[in-house]
Design a protein around this ligand. Structure first.
Ligand code: EPU
Length: 418
């Protein structure tokens, strides 16, 4: 097992090439289950979760026909086994496409994870509304729709991201029209809908609160370029902010991180947006801020940990920072590790109160999930001395070439056996 070493101090400056988005690529890969024609991506994120999704799909009958192209002439199994779902919760997004095309799916229940309980009750209720019979047996969701799915009206209790994707991918081949209300509006959801439309699906209203789907008989292949990963992009801008540096990222899609831009600006950073790039120039001293996480277009929970890391260093003379986590019930695991580096943070009722300290000090810290790991790396960039981030496999699930990209900006960071 590897770990990362970081020697804090350097001011980061330069340009980062942002890889394609993992959370868009995962459901986009599953669209290959919906057609017997080929799906071709211009490139895929080189991260562990994508390899896991590919392996899961190979077990269901998908073949890799090129570097980033896939084809599923026939679904050969409808079972997503525990060994894959346990590794990666996003495996659950095969449920909608399998039910749509094979009228049957057997997907292991994901169970809780480091950041919360994460039930899939809304996915299942929506599929039942579309006419699927659902049983939970031996830890598996067993879903069947022997005569196919039928259009319906369904209001989601919460705008779940993968839930919305599962329901839309189930409805595209259903008989008749479906309307989903209170759906997720994240750019990754919108992208999946756009890709489905390119495959011949009839989808309206994505990006808003209500999505309508008119079922079609058949979908066809497509070529697709995946949008840049907005959470990796935010992480590199945060690396600029915490080291008083200047970081530019490209490619960039305007409108995908507005809530975050606003908070960087409140912290005193200057943001310049261009057509295809974004640049952050940090203030000499960050200002404390307040925010709460929310579904899109609110502040993304996936960027909360990175912001908490930045705020450990904010100007105490200007007050405290208050960060409320409203999407997941247990997403402050980075806090205890940041405290070991000297941060002054108190967590109560899903809220972190952060009092800035002039500097953090390097320590050995343990990553608990993907974004918490990113926060620890950011803290290490600012800390005095050396920081060792253990369990780096969490980072490898969703960050592509993190240490090379940070080193390219001037960071002293290297990977070594743990
Ligand atoms: N929820 C329910 N019932 C459901 C579904 C969700 O109660 O049936 C709750 C969850 O427990 C949670 C909230 O709704 O409290 C939001 O969860 P959501 O379903 O939106 O999350 P997700 O679809 O499982 C995706 C991303 C996460 C990201 C969240 C929120 C993928 C593969 N994962 O998860 O990404 O944090 O949306 O934006 O798209 C990450 O990349 O680090 C990551 C965790």
């Amino acid at each position: 097992m590897d770990c990362l070493w970081i020697e804090g101090g350097p001011t980061l400056k330069g340009l980062v090439e942002v890889p394609p988005a993992k959370n868009a690529a995962l459901p986009l890969l599953c669209l290959s289950l919906l057609t017997d024609e080929e799906i071709v991506f211009s490139s895929l994120p080189q991260v562990a979760d994508i390899k896991s999704m590919e392996n899961l799909l190979f077990g269901l009958g998908v073949e890799k026909t090129g570097l980033a192209s896939f084809r599923c002439q026939k679904i050969t199994s409808v079972k997503a086994p525990y060994e894959w779902v346990r590794k990666m919760r996003a495996s659950v997004v095969v449920l909608g496409p399998l039910l749509a095309r094979a009228h049957e799916a057997e997907v292991s229940l994901p169970g809780g994870c480091a950041i919360g309980e994460r039930p899939i009750d809304i996915h299942l209720k929506g599929l039942q509304a579309l006419g699927a019979e659902i049983k939970i047996e031996e830890g598996y969701v067993k879903a069947r729709a022997p005569r196919g799915l039928t259009g319906t009206r369904f209001v989601l209790d919460f705008p779940t991201v993968t839930g919305t994707i599962n329901l839309v991918t189930a409805a595209v081949l259903a008989k008749g029209e479906t309307s989903f209300e209170n759906v997720a509006k994240e750019p990754e959801v919108v992208e999946v809908c756009e890709a489905l439309i390119k495959m011949g699906a009839k989808i309206y209203g994505h990006g808003g609160d209500r999505i309508s789907v008119v079922g079609v008989e058949k979908l066809h292949g497509m070529r697709w370029t995946i949008q840049p990963d907005r959470i990796q992009l935010i992480t590199y801008l945060a690396a600029g902010a915490i080291t008083c540096g200047e970081v530019e990222c490209k490619p960039y899609r305007k409108g995908t991180i507005n809530a975050v831009i606003q908070k960087f600006e409140e912290m005193g950073c200057k943001i310049q947006e261009a057509e295809n790039s974004i640049k952050l120039s940090a203030a000499q001293k960050l200002k404390p801020i307040e925010f709460e996480t929310a579904p899109f277009p609110g502040f993304p929970t996936d960027a909360q940990a990175q912001f908490v890391a930045c705020l450990t260093n904010a100007d105490r003379a200007l007050g405290v920072s208050v960060v409320k986590e409203k999407v997941f019930e247990n997403r402050f695991q980075h806090v205890s590790e940041l405290r070991r580096m000297g941060a002054d943070i108190e967590v109560k009722d899903h809220t972190a109160i952060i009092k800035g300290v002039p500097y953090l000090s390097g320590a050995s810290v343990m990553a608990s999930d993907l974004r918490a790991s990113a926060a620890l790396v950011l803290a290490g960039l600012q800390a005095r001395g050396k920081t060792q981030v253990l369990r780096v496999y969490h980072l490898d699930r969703g960050y592509e070439g993190l240490e090379e990209k940070l080193a390219g900006l001037g960071a002293k960071i290297w990977r070594a056996p743990q």
